[in-house]
Design a protein around this ligand. Structure first.
Ligand SMILES: CC(C)(COP(=O)(O)OP(=O)(O)OC[C@H]1O[C@@H](n2cnc3c(N)ncnc32)[C@H](O)[C@@H]1OP(=O)(O)O)[C@@H](O)C(=O)NCCC(=O)NCCS
Length: 390
């Protein structure tokens, strides 16, 4: 039953909530026809060119680019909160070796909330310092949780974070054990920037639905991580590489695509609810890969991906089904020596910034999500005793 005051707002049912606004937001905007994305009004290309992940996170969280002092303090805070409690590492040791890194991340982020309790009933009296502490904790510790699990599942010790490295460089270092050079650092930084936020999507909405009940922010972000893990969302970056690995040469691409489309299967990394043209983030990630090849040489996976893009342009492209953010990201990460099942956790490391920006926005609204449904079941039946059922 819909409240009388809400009744006038109900227009129609839309599967997957397509086209239905679920919140007002000033965090980011997408022009799906032109392939244009802005964070707080600033074009993503300009941020990728000039900003750092730390600075972009501040922009998303506080709505403005930081001053020199604000950025320096924020970077210091992030550095000093990178370490995680040994109990969290012990918890990860108990996970099965086969545990997917996204499942580990979802569990350990939820567990963070037990170590850093958030005020239970905060309505109307939330201290901004508590909110800022959540930003710092979450942004600083999520990369450490990802890197620690990636190593511990193979029996290796986690690598302690280093205070002399930037957010992106330290993450890469903890993950691979190698100190990144300038190019690799820049590539990791840009990859984090372009994944940091993307308007209202399944994981952001999941975060907001959970936090709308005033559940703590760690529980809410952990719900976002669960949502991101699916192959229709962030999990697609892993699926793209698995798909490319199934194709052994460029000559096989045409037959492979035809087979998939004949069987009505989707091609991972193509298509988007909002973009009807190539995702601007895919273009930026493709450029990053090209920069990497100047140093490390090209590889056949990229040739196969380019051929898929070229061929699908003539078929799916006409219907607005084009490369999305996940199409080229995995190729970049593989080139950097990162295991395939850690691709989606890298997406999460970045997207924490966007989830938190929306979470903060929602603190000022505060109405619990309680949508309506269209009931299609039976009504008014009587209970039938067991011995009378056939
Ligand atoms: C992203 C995605 C979930 C968007 O979904 P959506 O807006 O609900 O669109 P639908 O899944 O309803 O697709 C609409 C039509 O396009 C087709 N389509 C969408 N993406 C496709 C793809 N990657 N390959 C082939 N066909 C695709 C669907 O089969 C459907 O065709 P139909 O109308 O003949 O049934 C969808 O494009 C997809 O599953 N892509 C692959 C997974 C992926 O890359 N996800 C990451 C997104 S950033």
């Amino acid at each position: 039953m819909v409240d009388q005051k809400d009744a006038h707002k109900i227009s129609c049912y839309s599967e997957g909530l397509a086209g239905i606004p679920v919140a007002e937001s000033a965090v980011s905007s997408v022009d799906g026809q032109r392939g244009y994305l802005e964070y707080r009004g600033i074009d993503i290309e300009q941020l990728a060119e000039n900003s750092s992940f730390e600075e972009t996170s501040w922009l998303l969280l506080y709505g403005e680019l930081p001053t020199v002092d604000e950025l320096a303090t924020f970077k210091d805070e992030l550095c000093h909160h990178r370490r995680i409690k040994f109990r969290l590492r012990d918890m990860m040791k108990c996970f099965p070796e086969s545990a997917h890194p996204m499942d580990s991340l979802q569990a350990t982020v939820a567990a963070l909330g037990m170590f850093y309790p958030f005020p239970k009933s905060w309505e109307g009296k939330l201290d901004p310092k508590n909110v800022h502490q959540v930003f710092v904790n979450m942004l600083a510790k999520v990369p450490t949780l990802v890197a620690a699990h990636a190593r511990m599942r193979h029996g290796d010790d986690p690598i302690a974070p280093r205070d002399d490295l930037t957010h992106a460089a330290n993450f890469y270092y903890m993950l691979t054990g190698n100190e990144p050079d300038e190019l690799v650092t820049r590539i990791m930084d840009v990859a984090l920037i372009v994944h940091a936020e993307h308007t209202m999507n399944a994981s952001t909405f999941s975060t907001l639905v959970v936090s709308s009940s005033h559940a703590d922010p760690y529980t809410s972000i952990s719900a976002g991580i669960g949502s991101l893990s699916g192959p229709l969302h962030g999990g697609a970056n892993e699926d793209v590489l698995n798909m490319l690995d199934e194709i052994s040469s460029v000559d096989e691409v045409e037959g492979y695509l035809k087979g998939k489309l004949d069987r009505k299967e989707k091609i991972s990394g193509l298509g988007h609810r909002v973009y009807k043209t190539k995702d601007p983030r895919a273009t930026l990630l493709q450029k990053l890969y090209e920069q990497l090849t100047e140093q490390l040489g090209a590889d056949p996976t990229y040739e196969i991906a380019s051929r898929i893009e070229e061929l699908s342009h003539h078929t799916l492209g006409k219907r607005g089904i084009c490369p999305n953010v996940d199409f080229y990201s995995g190729i970049v990460y593989r080139k950097l020596g990162i295991p395939t099942d850690v691709f989606t956790p890298i997406f999460a490391v970045a997207r924490v910034a966007g989830w938190l920006a929306h979470w903060k926005e929602q603190l000022g609204v505060g109405r619990i999500y309680r949508p309506a449904q269209i009931y299609t079941g039976k009504k008014g039946l009587s209970y039938v005793p067991m011995d009378e059922r056939n």
